[in-house]
Design a protein. Sequence first.
Length: 201
Amino acid sequence: MAPSTTNSGITTDAASGERRIPESTRADGSKRKAIKIRPGYQPPEDVEVYKNKPAEAFRERGKRIGIPGAAGLEDEKPDQGSAASNKNAKRREARKKAKASTGEGEADTAAATKDGRPEVEEIDPEVERDKKARSLKKKLKQAKELKMKKDGGEGLLPEQIAKVIKINELIRELDALGFDAEGEPRTETKDGAAEGGENKK
């Protein structure tokens, strides 16, 4: 009876039950000795991989009968995009329609002036000044609060210390805009000097 051979090349002698890799010839003509395999050893090549037949059949069914519902997808547009991009596209279309419906004559006059450039809305300098002053007042308040914390012995972060250092700079900017150190608008006195300023004689 011929010995059985495994994937790794191990042969088992049916009479003695001895397992070995038989001797072989290398490419250069030299001989490899036969190697005895200890009882119970099973090389990785001979380990059988467990196959779950129902799971395999389930995986293979897509190849046999196709994926259910796939025929309907082929009829639709191939490049639909995501839900968000579809929503944005609809919004753009709606804006275009809204612009078109406002009136073509009005749109032409609003789009260009005499020299052909688009008309820019006038910005009120007073409103801009007040806006900047509010921002500076807020920064100044935060900086003063941090200074009080620092004077109280609390440790500050480097960026907080930088804010404290800028207190005088913020006061100068408010002064240039016509506000006092508290961020309130300065009112003119009878002498013509600002209320917050010092009168020099």
